[in-house]
Write a protein that binds this ligand. Structure first.
Ligand code: NAI
Ligand code: MG
Length: 489
């Protein structure tokens, strides 16, 4: 960990009202470095009373004129200052993220840049959110106001910890809300740092609060709290459904960014070398722990043998390395629980009759079976109905499914409960757009895979969730519209 990190903070503290506050129960839970499974820090286990305290602080801040009546331009300046403060501390944040999550340094650097981008992008929006004047019948003036929703509960996963926090906190604050953020129990550290940084940058007390803790306790308490107006969630489809049910009780607004089983479709007219590189990155970026992972390789039968062989060649070259080493490309999976779950899927793939091309075993780290490493794994001859072609694995496991024409590719691509993203590799421009239109997914990448930007909307079709984060669309998640009528007669 960065020098002084552990000394600076008490393990049983949460961040509420711009202060480090001891969790009511005093309890803590451990967070580990996934590369070797070693304990890196104890973190406060927040429970319902802590959530209540944070929600009260967020409500008071929401009603405080200091935040509520702050000029939009000043709110923008503040968000920009937070971005600058993150940037000034980025080397330290990158190190903490690498230790907590296990991702390679190079990928943590990209996360940081994108998190900073999100704050700067939404800093610009504060002065550009406008209402309408509407030409209604009669001698009246009708106009709309775009107002914040109130107290936002943000619950985020462990795969991009700081980035997911930024994707929720930046637009929520730009729109004038206050936030209680619950990071994932596997990666709680950078969220706490973010709140402390924002406070130092001048964010008023109570505007951003962080409750670390487990999903079933801290997360569930936040969703159930009657004074939270909205839940913004990224995580599993299973928990997304629980959140919707619970939120129904107080009719909270809910936005959900959930799982995926994204098809990456390679046609026989594609630039094969580009498709190999892109398909490899589609599945192995962040070790397959991306909601958008291109985990189903749909490949035309004419190019399938060659493509699978070339991807496998690359996969075999991936070896575990110290995540802090800038040369490391491979990362461990996040936890023992995820390792067991992924190994279970690998067994199922073999049992159901798919052909294991490469990988399939735990990978040793520094010569020992330590940490949570799995060899990059590829199955060929997978049938669309196989479990490994239907369920989200969230690890380094690629399922190659062969098709013989465009119609069949589209049909297979759409035949899952998910609809988060899809890739298309072809040199036929007509085909590219024709297929893009027919795929049931919120993001389509043509002859590329994975780029995202704070300015472009992101979210799911079908059971991958609803609501669009990023871009101008996220403003709809964090504001509500008021229609005002004035009699002019
Ligand atoms: P999860 O959905 O349980 O965790 C995500 C967040 O939700 C965490 O902050 C967790 O503490 C919180 N949470 C869990 N249960 C909750 C509840 N009852 N009420 C409120 N909050 C709750 O995901 P988990 O267990 O870490 O991973 C399981 C699977 O979920 C993965 O294998 C993957 O398939 C999927 N997943 C998808 C992600 C995505 O980005 N779409 C991210 C993480 C996991
Ligand atoms: Mg951890």
């Amino acid at each position: 960990m960065p020098p002084g990190f552990l000394e600076r903070r008490a393990p049983n503290q949460l961040f509420i009202n711009n202060e480090w506050v001891t969790a009511a129960s005093g309890g803590t839970f451990p967070t580990y470095h996934p590369a070797n499974g070693e304990l890196i820090a104890e973190v406060a286990a927040g429970l319902a009373p802590d959530v209540d305290k944070a929600v009260k602080a967020a409500r008071a801040a929401f009603n405080d004129p200091k935040w509520r009546n702050m000029d939009a331009a000043d709110r923008g300046v503040l968000l920009w200052r937070i971005a600058d403060a993150i940037e000034a501390r980025q080397q330290e944040l990158i190190r903490i993220e690498v230790m907590d999550n296990g991702k390679p340094l190079r990928e943590a650097q990209i996360d940081l840049r994108e998190a900073i981008d999100a704050f700067r992008y939404y800093a610009g929006w504060t002065t550009k959110m406008t209402g309408d004047t509407i030409p209604v019948r009669g001698n009246v003036l009708n106009y709309t106001l775009r107002e914040p929703v109130g107290v936002v509960g943000a619950i985020i996963p462990w795969n991009f910890p700081l980035l997911m926090a930024a994707w929720k906190v930046a637009p929520a604050l730009a729109c004038g809300n206050t936030v209680v953020l619950k990071p994932a129990e596997q990666t709680p550290l950078t969220a706490l740092e973010l709140a402390a940084i924002a406070s130092e940058a001048g964010l008023p007390a109570g505007v951003l609060n962080v409750i670390t803790g487990l999903g079933e306790s801290a997360g569930a308490a936040l969703v159930a709290h009657p004074d939270v107006d909205k839940i913004a969630f990224t995580g599993s489809t299973q928990v997304g459904k629980i959140i919707m049910r619970t939120a129904a009780e107080s009719l909270k607004k809910v936005s959900l960014e959930l799982g995926g089983k994204s098809p990456n479709i390679v046609f026989d007219d594609a630039d094969v070398d580009a498709a190999v590189r892109g398909s490899f990155a589609a599945i192995y970026y962040n070790n397959g722990q991306c909601c958008t992972a291109g985990s189903r390789l749909l490949v035309h039968e004419r190019v399938a043998d060659h493509l699978v062989e070339k991807i496998a060649e690359r996969a075999k070259k991936m070896t575990p390395g110290d995540p802090l080493d800038p040369k490391t490309r491979m990362s461990p999976v996040i936890s023992q629980e995820q390792l067991d779950r992924i190994m279970g899927y690998i067994e199922t793939g073999t049992r159901e009759g798919a052909t294991l091309v490469t990988g399939g075993k735990r990978a040793p780290y520094n010569g020992a079976e330590t940490g949570y490493w799995i060899e990059p794994t590829i199955f060929d001859q997978v049938k669309p109905e196989h479990t490994i072609a239907q369920e989200e694995i969230f690890g380094p496991v690629l399922a190659a499914v062969r098709f013989s024409d465009e119609e069949e590719a589209i049909d297979i691509a759409n035949r899952t409960i998910y609809g988060l993203a899809a890739g298309i590799w072809t040199s036929d421009v007509k085909r590219a757009h024709r297929v893009a239109k027919r795929l049931e997914a919120g993001t389509i990448w043509i002859n590329t895979y994975h780029p995202l930007d704070a300015a472009s909307p992101f979210g799911g079709y079908k059971q991958s969730g609803y609501g669009r984060e990023l871009g101008a669309y996220a403003l709809d998640l964090y504001t509500q519209i008021k229609s005002v009528w004035v009699d002019l007669s």
